[in-house]
Design a protein around this ligand. Structure first.
Ligand code: NAD
Ligand code: MG
Length: 385
């Protein structure tokens, strides 16, 4: 019998982390968890360490009421320790399931160590796509896309000649406000924005789905993963989220990947690739009618998607600016400091003010990211005064 593949899970307490653990419970003979991280949910992290007998755990910060971790756990708190965990010599796979640009550093650390990175954290590619892909190329590290749309493309292109790919079409549910009259968008609440029609996800990506900033980030992610020009990347609205992406080949034939809207399918595929085993959840039921409708997104409803597409075309630091401004604006919306429709105006303002440049190294990228955050935060302060 083959020994289980050892892996590290960064962002273990989140939505993607939880789905990854469901895959692990189903396949304990094929996977062994050796390291986990979380931001501050110490008790949940301690429970994961107990259940899966995990040797290494990392928390971003200590909380007042720290739980006891099981005896022998190597528990760390310093920022560098997260990079070390991502590069742990025993790990074959590193799942990056942190949210936001905070995923860039550990993704790079894992790739620098030549790991197979199961990447859910799209922001790291949006912020540092060139550095991330060049690092993987240089070290032989591999990026396996776990974002459902990109994992769908990964599956559809498997075994196809690389020069046969023409274009990619990512599907989007349209989020919580797909059918709301446009005039009512200015009054929507956080609770309504968090009520996603199909997917159960963390708060940031759920709000990003309602604005379709998420699909914008995913178009930029697809650009770096599959090497296509911006005009070869499209987004379509597909309300039930059964088809995750289409791949169009040069001869005009389109492939699609279908599965129910749950991340366990994409995560199992990326963790156990290239083999296939029974999944965690039931598959699609074709004995009932399935809705396979697709329509182009209305950019008036989704200005964040338009801004992301423009940032992708512009290149350089524009996607980083889009991402940092979006992260701050979403946070401000969550704190009830700005309204839903102001999210796009904060991004637009940051993109118009920040001079275009081409940060290359990790430090340059992080510096630029901080500058955008300062600017966006000033703008938020001026709007919420
Ligand atoms: P989440 O908020 O549910 O979980 C985030 C995890 O990261 C938690 O474990 C949290 O403790 C940790 N974390 C948060 N901030 C951190 C920081 N600054 N440093 C270190 N750790 C931190 O988020 P999620 O929905 O699981 O999404 C994670 C990533 O996966 C995002 O990039 C998201 O866009 C992407 N993604 C999510 C889904 C989904 O279904 N949830 C689908 C596709 C892609
Ligand atoms: Mg996705």
């Amino acid at each position: 019998m083959r020994t289980p593949k050892k892996f590290v899970l960064l962002g273990a307490t989140g939505s993607i982390g939880t789905s990854t653990l469901r895959v692990l419970r189903k396949h304990p003979d094929k996977l062994k968890l050796i390291g986990v991280s979380a931001h501050s949910r110490a008790r949940e992290l301690a429970n994961i360490v107990d259940e899966f007998d995990v040797a290494h755990a990392h928390l971003n910060r200590k909380i007042d009421d720290m739980p006891n971790f099981r005896e022998g756990t190597n528990l760390t708190f310093e920022a560098e320790a997260l990079d070390h965990l991502a590069a742990h010599p025993e790990a074959e796979i590193v799942v990056v399931a942190l949210v936001g640009a905070a995923g860039l550093r550990p993704t790079l650390a894992a790739l620098e160590a030549g790991k197979k990175v199961v990447l859910a954290n799209k922001e790291s590619l949006v912020v540092g796509g060139q550095l991330v892909t060049e690092t993987a190329c240089r070290t032989g590290g591999q990026i396996i896309p776990a974002d459902s749309e990109h994992n769908a493309v990964f599956q559809c292109t498997m075994g196809q000649p690389t020069n046969s790919l023409d274009s990619i079409i990512l599907t989007a549910s349209g989020g919580a406000f797909r059918d709301l009259p446009l005039g009512e968008l200015k009054n929507v609440t956080l609770k309504q924005a968090l009520n996603h029609p199909n997917w159960s996800m963390g708060p940031k990506v759920t709000i990003d789905s309602a604005t379709m900033a998420n699909k914008g980030l995913e178009l930029i992610e697809a650009h770096w993963l599959f090497g296509l020009a911006p005009e070869k990347l499209e987004a379509v609205i597909h309300p039930p989220s059964l088809v995750h992406a289409f791949v169009r080949f040069v001869d005009g034939c389109c492939f699609a990947q279908l599965s129910p809207p749950s991340m366990t399918f994409a995560l199992q595929n990326s963790l156990l690739h290239p083999k296939r085993f029974p999944g965690v959840e039931p598959t699609l039921d074709f004995s009932n009618p399935l809705d396979l409708s697709f329509s182009p997104p209305c950019l008036k409803r989704y200005p964040c998607l338009k801004l992301a597409q423009e940032a992708l075309h512009q290149g350089g630091s524009a996607p980083l600016v889009f991402n940092a401004a979006n992260e701050l604006a979403v946070e401000a919306f969550q704190m009830n400091r700005i309204g839903f429709i102001q999210i796009s105006s904060i991004i637009e303002h940051s993109l118009s003010i920040m001079e275009s440049c081409n940060p290359k190294s990790l430090n340059e990228l992080l510096d630029h990211d901080q500058r955008v955050r300062r600017l966006a935060s000033e703008r938020i302060n001026s709007l919420s005064d």
